[in-house]
Write a protein of this length. Structure first.
Length: 390
């Protein structure tokens, strides 16, 4: 009875917080979302200025996301396109100004780290780490093991039988140890195993499962922990934001791994959403059940795409989608970070993958903040301080 009463009180408390937060937010979002006949904010930065920098007329802009994130105690990050970081000054300035956490969009994936067997190339990933150190940012590692973006020499070798299962296991171990050791002390967390459960809530049919059996998941975590006992180690996947069969499968997998004393530290909730599909109303409950297992959670790849063309209603819906994820994180004690998968439509992956869809990020192609950006900033202002993680 005491347990049931405590649960009811906790649930009521969370509901009260959510209601207050959403009530306050409705006013701030309404002012942040322009109507169809409204001009852009007269204080908006120009196309080559970061949103948190000085604007035309010398007046200071509102504080950047990272300032509010720091006060709220929740790192806010972005995936980084290294080609854009090198070539586009506005992109580079915005990454530095707005975010206090960065994730390698591609340059830590096996395909790029070891394009030729036995020849490791960490140059681009090292450059991201240097950039992060210069700008006081955390680095989140993505990803050690995935079924996509593997080196051709590896996939061809498995396909033609020249790489045996025993050899594949040793290659995987060496890859994980080499990469985690190289970035030891420089990366706060790793997506160790990425997208291992399919959309039917079963272990995904990949070359790893076919060649090595399901034990490869536990092996990957153990090898990563041996290489760096201090770094946090995550499972990571999409479509597990709310309560559903796939997130149930991850809860079962995490429970089993913990029972077997596998060093799993967290669950990464990717958060690739679309305005046309609506948004889960069980994000908080889902995150909190992983919290109750003693695991961290993080929103690792948030974006909210829409059918093109863009209009005001879709932008407003997009803002709600981002806030569904952010508020779930803010209301979960063990949620450690909120990361968007790219912040500008200029470099978004979405149009190349989803025909007729796009505009998935918090800034447009000219780096102008969208309603989603303003809503995230306002939510962080309302939330902090502090957001207490474990």
């Amino acid at each position: 009875m005491k347990l049931a009463r405590s649960a009811a009180v906790a649930t009521a408390a969370v509901a009260t917080v959510v209601a207050a937060l959403l009530g306050s937010l409705s006013t701030t979002m309404a002012s942040a979302i322009p109507g169809p006949n409204m001009a852009p904010d007269s204080n908006a930065a120009g196309p080559n200025a970061a949103p948190g920098s000085a604007v035309d007329g010398g007046q200071p802009a509102a504080q950047p996301l990272r300032a509010h994130a720091r006060r709220a105690g929740l790192p806010v990050g972005t995936a980084v396109d290294m080609a854009a970081l090198e070539a586009d000054a506005a992109y580079r300035d915005t990454v530095a100004a707005e975010f206090n956490s960065v994730t390698a969009e591609n340059v830590m994936k096996w395909q790029l780290v070891e394009p030729v067997r036995g020849q490791l190339d960490f140059a681009a990933a090292d450059e991201l780490v240097r950039f992060a150190e210069e700008h006081g940012q955390q680095v989140y590692g993505h990803t050690l093991l995935w079924h996509n973006q593997l080196p051709t020499w590896l996939t061809n070798g498995v396909a033609d039988g020249s790489i045996t299962p025993d050899e594949l296991r040793q290659l995987l171990r060496q890859h994980i140890v080499d990469q985690v050791t190289h970035f030891r002390g420089k990366v706060v967390a790793w997506d160790v195993v990425n997208e291992v459960i399919d959309d039917d809530a079963n272990l995904r049919d990949t070359l790893w499962l076919r060649q090595l059996g399901p034990g490869y998941i536990a092996d990957a975590f153990r090898w990563a922990h041996e290489a760096d006992p201090k770094v946090k180690l995550y499972l990571n996947d999409y479509n597990i934001e709310g309560l559903n069969a796939k997130s149930d499968a991850y809860h079962e997998l995490a429970t089993r791994l913990l029972r077997e004393r596998v060093p799993v530290d967290g669950i990464g909730i990717q958060g690739h959403l679309g305005v046309q599909f609506g948004f889960s109303n069980t994000v908080i409950e889902n995150l909190r059940r992983f919290d109750e297992l003693g695991l961290e959670t993080s929103i690792t790849e948030a974006d909210v795409r829409m059918p093109l063309p863009v209009d005001t209603a879709k932008l407003q819906a997009q803002a709600r989608g981002f806030l569904t994820l952010l508020e779930g994180c803010l209301l979960t004690p063990g949620c450690k970070r909120f990361t968007v998968w790219g912040f500008t439509d200029r470099y978004s992956w979405v149009p190349g993958f989803f025909t007729g869809q796009g505009a998935a990020t918090i800034m447009d192609e000219r780096f102008q903040p969208k309603p989603a950006y303003e809503a995230i900033r306002n939510d962080l202002m309302l939330a902090g301080p502090p957001h207490h993680g474990r």
